[in-house]
Design a protein around this ligand. Structure first.
Ligand code: SF4
Length: 439
């Protein structure tokens, strides 16, 4: 029996589809680790290698995030027309189960790991059900080793992605983490994580947690266990990390070289509206300094298009990023993903412009902002990204150079190239659209 685990490609015009700074998705390597030896398993990530429709599996399982849904459905329909059974799972099918079912023989709702062995068993016995829903949030103890050996040898910046926790104790209104994982914050036994790291190649490690410091006592134990391994690691964390000096010291000593941190906005009013009041905008500058003083680089995340944002927000945020020397940043426009509280609010206010899921990539405006036009928001995002990844800003942000500058220099160049390609494809798409309209 042949099983293909598939990640669809990102749409044209999305920054994520263009950057070479790619990491493998743990969802498919973990499911491969849970699949027994009776199966011949392959992993196909369309973002690094094309999908070959001439070689058909018995079962195709496609993992889908919202902006990848149209391509995921296209792949599913193509396989089903050739007689291949298709299962869909991931965050988008979980939130949009009936929509997904129209393209699949089975839809996995919630965390797939709990029901995956059942899906495989039912398929082999010819009794596949339309829906499989995990009844509880799974215990992360004793997780299988993800099958990194099945990943394409080329196309990833590095393959060492690993998870230590799931979920987040916070509940920001735009974020789907809590709607997917519930208000649970689960941790893997430290020994399990350390054991799994023994199966990885040397070099950098990326802990793909939603918030690696969601439970301080666990994070401290884990960082202590990392110290003798002498690895260099990156992860995502809430800014609350700077509130605990011991935690920050341990992060540094354990090899933390960079954190992805959601600043989101410089407006405390917007933070309040987002349900992210644990961030204090007035303390951002000091927080960044504390992280830098511990040798930790920062990739900041900012959202444009909140109800408080006026057209000057783009230059304000850019000025802040350069002033505090953030090594890198990612910008998003406010995106109401299915399952989030912001989607309910904007729906009630009739401000969602459309449900073209390929545009839900955080680079395209899909809601009506309050204090700007959609075009102003879209053009503002393009302006901010173009400035951020211009050489002037890169140099300004990375100067004075330190031990992390080489890594972040490469990352910035990667984002610069990716952004230029994104802009080019977007300009071409706009030109084609104008031509079609005038014809
Ligand atoms: S802190 Fe981050 S991961 Fe947690 S709910 Fe907010 S945005 Fe999501």
């Amino acid at each position: 029996m042949r099983l293909s685990l598939i990640i669809p490609k990102w749409p044209i015009g999305s920054l994520w589809g263009q950057i070479f700074f790619r990491f493998p998705y743990l969802s498919v390597t973990t499911l491969a680790g849970l699949t027994n030896d009776a199966w011949d398993v392959s992993i196909i990530d369309e973002n690094v290698a094309p999908l070959d429709f001439s070689s058909l599996p018995d079962l195709a399982a496609i993992s889908i995030m919202t902006p990848l849904a149209p391509r995921g459905y296209e792949i599913a329909d193509a396989f089903r027309s050739k007689g291949v059974t298709v299962a869909l799972g991931g965050i988008h099918p979980t939130m949009m189960r009936e929509e997904a079912k129209a393209h699949a023989d089975a839809v996995v709702i919630g965390e797939a790991e709990q029901v995956w062995p059942q899906v495989l068993r039912d398929f082999r016995q010819g009794v596949l059900k339309p829906f499989y829903q995990a009844t509880d949030y799974i215990d992360l103890a004793g997780f299988p080793i993800p099958r990194r050996d099945l990943l394409s040898p080329k196309g990833y910046f590095f393959k060492n992605t690993i998870q230590t926790t799931r979920g987040c104790p916070f509940d920001c209104e735009f974020c789907s983490v809590t709607s997917f994982y519930g208000r649970t914050y689960r941790t893997r036994p430290v020994d399990d994580v350390i054991r799994e790291m023994g199966h990885m190649e040397g070099g950098f490690v990326f802990f793909v947690d939603d918030n690696i410091v969601g439970k301080t006592s666990y994070a401290k134990d884990f960082f202590r266990a990392l110290i003798p391994l002498r690895v260099k690691w990156f992860s995502q964390a809430s800014l609350t990390i700077v509130k605990d000096k011991e935690l920050l010291d341990l992060a540094e000593r354990s090899g933390c070289k960079g954190l992805f941190i959601g600043f989101e906005t410089l407006s405390q009013e917007s933070l309040k509206e987002m349900g992210k009041s644990m961030n204090r905008a007035a303390e951002y500058q000091d927080a960044v300094k504390m992280l830098h003083d511990h040798g930790i680089g920062i990739q900041g995340s900012f959202i444009f298009g909140t109800d408080q944002d006026e057209p000057r927000v783009f230059s304000d945020v850019l000025r802040f990023i350069e002033k505090v020397h953030l090594e890198a940043a990612l910008f998003s426009v406010l995106t109401p993903f299915p399952g989030t509280r912001i989607r309910d609010t904007l729906q009630k206010e009739n401000r969602i412009l459309h449900n073209q899921w390929e545009k839900y990539d955080m680079n395209h405006v899909v809601v009506q902002p309050k204090k700007m036009t959609p075009r102003e928001l879209q053009d503002g995002l393009y302006w901010a990204y173009t400035r951020l990844y211009g050489y002037g800003s890169i140099l300004k942000r990375l100067f004075p150079f330190n031990k992390n500058s080489f890594f972040y220099g490469i990352q910035n160049i990667g984002f610069r190239q990716g952004w230029k390609k994104t802009l080019k494809s977007t300009t071409e798409a706009r030109r084609t659209q104008r031509k079609e309209t005038s014809d």
